[in-house]
Ligand binder design. Structure first.
Ligand code: ATP
Ligand code: MG
Length: 249
């Protein structure tokens, strides 16, 4: 039985607005377990990014609570919709930065960064500046920069949104491999239903504004999973069910 890592209880978020208050999230109850991969699906504006920002600690909820259940708060890494790379550092230095901040020496940090550059398929671009590579490549650098920290909890907010369909597929499979290797807890927002079904142990579906959870679904496919899973009838059926749920949300 997996251990609970984060417990979100009756969580709500209101933002000030011109005519009083605007409710973005309403009564969210969600427990994330260690090593679990949870995907959030929901229409635009349903509060998905807001919830992720609360989990990262960037934002305080206005009601309810979020509790980390281990003695120490888990080491978190975040990949946002935009890559947020440092423009004055080349690709390899951007990836190595979190290690250097944590005191890893230059050589070791570079060596590890090189491994991750290869894993995201950018080894030819290690000396380029972020501005000179494509948006999709920038996002791959951001993903490598998060993964190099081998965090216990990885938060991903539409990390593949800027990628072309082919690269997006490759990155989803790469993320699967990463999960198999390190078993980090993952909380990922995506607009791709099939990506969520391929990756997640559990999918949480948000309602329209204000976001609350209208459905939670365990994904029954065993691990390790591979690309072939996407050709199975059971896979299509789940994608279809979820699409119907989202359309009705
Ligand atoms: N800092 C803020 N101040 C005021 N309103 C905000 C703030 N952040 C988010 N909102 C509002 O809260 C709602 C939810 O926003 P959020 O970005 O969480 O949605 P989302 O589900 O991530 O949407 P998308 O799929 O388009 O990324 C939106 O209506 C947004 O305008
Ligand atoms: Mg968002």
């Amino acid at each position: 039985m997996k251990q609970p890592l984060i417990e979100i209880t009756n969580l709500g978020m209101e933002f000030p607005s011109d005519d009083g208050k605007f409710k973005a999230l309403d009564d969210i109850n969600l427990t994330l377990c260690e090593e679990e991969f949870v995907c959030i699906l929901g229409q635009s504006g349903s509060g998905k990014s807001t919830l992720l920002r609360i989990v990262t600690g960037l934002l305080e909820p206005t009601s309810g609570s979020i509790r980390f259940l281990k003695e120490e708060d888990p080491k978190r890494a975040i990949v946002f919709q935009n890559s947020n790379l440092l423009p004055w550092m080349n690709v390899i230095d951007n990836i190595a930065l979190p290690l250097k901040i944590h005191g890893v020496n230059e050589n070791e940090a570079r060596q590890q960064a090189e491994t991750w550059i290869e894993r995201v398929g950018l080894d030819e671009f290690s000396n380029e500046w972020p501005q000179t590579i494509s948006g999709g490549m920038q996002q791959r650098v951001a993903i490598a920069r998060a993964l190099i920290q081998q965090p216990e909890l990885i938060l991903l907010d539409e990390p593949f949104g800027a990628l072309d369909a082919f690269t997006r597929d490759q990155m989803a499979l790469e993320l699967l491999k990463v999960w198999e290797e390190f078993h980090p807890t993952m909380l990922m927002v995506t607009h791709s239903i099939s990506e969520a079904v391929l990756l997640a142990d559990r999918i949480v579906v948000f309602s329209k504004r204000p976001g609350y959870i209208i459905h939670e679904l365990e994904i029954p496919f065993p691990r390790p999973r591979t690309a072939e899973l996407r050709d199975r009838t059971e896979f299509f059926d789940l994608v279809k069910n979820l699409r119907n749920l989202l359309t009705a949300s």
